[in-house]
Design a protein around this ligand. Structure first.
Ligand code: ISL
Length: 510
């Protein structure tokens, strides 16, 4: 697939998108029932978080069977129907491939645990003596199995044992998983924590790039990727390493999380918060944009199912900031990913302490973590059911699996659908603009130096009038930068002699 042609990938967290059967959990029929909405919005691909059979310790990122659908979400018939119905509307489906680890209830693990000499004996990482290394969800990386009388390695929860990628049969099995889904008609893959597959557990090294690169290249070489969008979640890669993978088409685009960490103290994990500084947003985005200014592309996103809403974390839920962030992101070079609910300005909302469900958050609180940090960075806040209407009633007729409250009136699809000046309409226009505007899709990126509250950049193709993207990152009124010509899209209905708080627009540059 020509990745530069994808104008928007819409991320669906199925558990929280639309419930069709009243059990309080979103499902595939729910997604199907909302395809007309997504088509109206103009998205070209859906990234579906895992819907495979799973005991659900990490909401589906603990896969027990990669080729069956969890009954919680529906059946394989529902999945086929979703692929077909989406395709009828020109929308592709991107599957989430959790290749680094499985569930401890996966048949491979059960066999590996029982029979060290058997076919699956070496599918996981077993040692007699564990080393000391911290897992991403708190606690150590090794858990003792009394059945095998050895320790197994897990980068995340003990219920998520890591596969042994050094074993060629593991790599073969994973290639078969990809082939299975390509055969069913999916149009993309998002590879979960793919930078971890080359790790060296004995040296305590998360990333061995040459090894990771080789495994990934071999993996994708086994399926026909010409019509697939390949996305890697790989927070540990440098821009050069990413470019390397893009050059040989191992990945089209990579998720990096430097922007998401702007409200962290740095080097101390996600829970140690620091005040957000707009100037750092600009310098971080600029660094990543420069790295791919002439070649390759960035992933462009503010939120996902792990990253609670940035308008709550950075901008006190201000809807004007949500509009500004939309324009700013859609002007950049790369592929935009829109996370469900972002288009209506969903916020972190409110969750009572006893209602938190996420394994990472529960571990953190158990270890003495603070609710203040959880309210900002706890992943449940990114997973609050989609606001189709004023409350969560339109998400489910039953009791939603995650209890939450919102107090920002009007931030929902039903209300914003009736208002052409809404954030939802702005997203719709931005998506449409990116579909048709070659400069936004392919143009090189160039920063225009300005004061730090302002982020201005150019998108350029030789021989064409450049575009200028202007974003006021602050609530201050600022002078307009020079060179602003006719506007293509704006957060405001009219033009003013000064840049209003959080005003942003894309215009021709003279
Ligand atoms: O969620 C994070 C911080 O809160 C990230 O560090 C996250 O663990 C990391 O980006 C990997 O995420 C992916 O793999 C995890 C899963 O829990 C996440 O939902 C998934 O996006 C383990 O499979």
């Amino acid at each position: 697939m020509d990745a530069n042609k994808v104008s928007t990938v819409y991320q669906i967290y199925p558990k929280s998108f639309q419930d069709s059967d009243g059990d309080g959990v979103g499902d595939l029929q729910g997604v199907i029932s909302r395809l007309d909405y997504l088509s109206w919005l103009g998205v070209e691909m859906i990234w579906l978080n895992p819907v495979y059979v799973s005991p659900g310790y990490d909401n589906g990122y603990d896969v027990a069977d990669y080729t069956r659908i969890d009954p919680l979400f529906g059946s394989m018939d529902d999945m086929d129907e979703l692929i077909r119905e989406a395709d009828n509307r020109g929308i592709g489906i991107m599957m989430d491939i959790v290749a680094n680890h499985t569930s401890h209830q996966h048949e491979w693990f059960l066999q590996s645990e029982r029979d060290p000499e058997g076919a699956y004996g070496n599918f996981y990482i077993w040692r007699d003596t564990p080393n000391e290394w911290s897992s991403f969800f708190g606690g150590g990386t090794w858990t003792y199995s009394p059945i095998r009388n050895q320790y197994y390695f897990h980068a995340f929860a003990p219920e998520q044992p890591d596969l042994n990628w050094k074993n060629e049969y593991v790599r073969k099995e994973m290639a078969e998983v990809l082939a299975f889904w390509v055969e069913r008609g999916v149009t993309g893959f998002r590879f979960d924590v793919i930078d971890l597959i080359g790790k060296d557990v004995d040296r305590k090294q998360w990333l061995d790039f040459p090894l990771m690169r080789r495994y990934l290249k071999d993996l994708v070489a086994q399926v026909d990727t010409s019509s697939l969008l390949l996305v890697g979640e790989a927070g540990g890669l440098t821009p050069d390493e990413i470019l390397d993978l893009q050059r040989d088409s191992s990945l089209d685009v990579v998720f990096n999380f430097e922007v998401c960490a702007l409200d962290e103290q740095g080097g101390q994990g996600k829970w140690k918060l620091a005040p957000f500084e707009p100037s750092r947003l600009k310098t971080t985005l600029d660094t990543w944009q420069r790295a791919f200014a002439m070649e390759g592309r960035n992933s462009l996103f503010w939120n996902n199912h792990d990253q609670p809403r940035v308008i709550s974390r950075w901008y006190d839920d201000d809807e004007r900031a949500a509009k500004m962030l939309a324009v700013l992101l859609y002007g950049l070079k790369g592929i935009p990913f829109l996370y469900q609910g972002e288009e209506v300005g969903m916020t972190n909302g409110l969750i009572a302490p006893e209602d938190y469900q996420d394994i990472e958050t529960l571990n953190y609180l158990k270890a003495g973590g603070t609710l203040d940090a959880v309210r900002m960075k706890g992943r449940d806040h990114a997973r609050i059911p989609m606001l189709w209407g004023e409350g969560t009633d339109s998400f489910s007729t039953g009791t939603p699996w995650l209890q939450s409250a919102h107090n920002e009136a009007g931030r929902n699809v039903a209300t914003m659908c009736t208002d052409e000046t809404s954030l939802l309409y702005l997203y719709r226009e931005l998506i449409a603009l990116r579909r048709t505007n070659q400069l936004l899709r392919d143009g090189a990126y160039e920063l225009v130096p300005t004061e730090e509250r302002l982020y201005v950049y150019r998108r350029i193709i030789d021989g064409e009038p450049p575009l200028l993207v202007v974003a006021n990152l602050s609530q201050d009124t600022l002078p307009l930068p020079s060179g602003c010509g006719e506007r293509l899209i704006s957060t405001e209905k009219d033009e003013a002699p000064m840049l209003r708080p959080f005003e942003a627009f894309i215009c021709y540059n003279f």
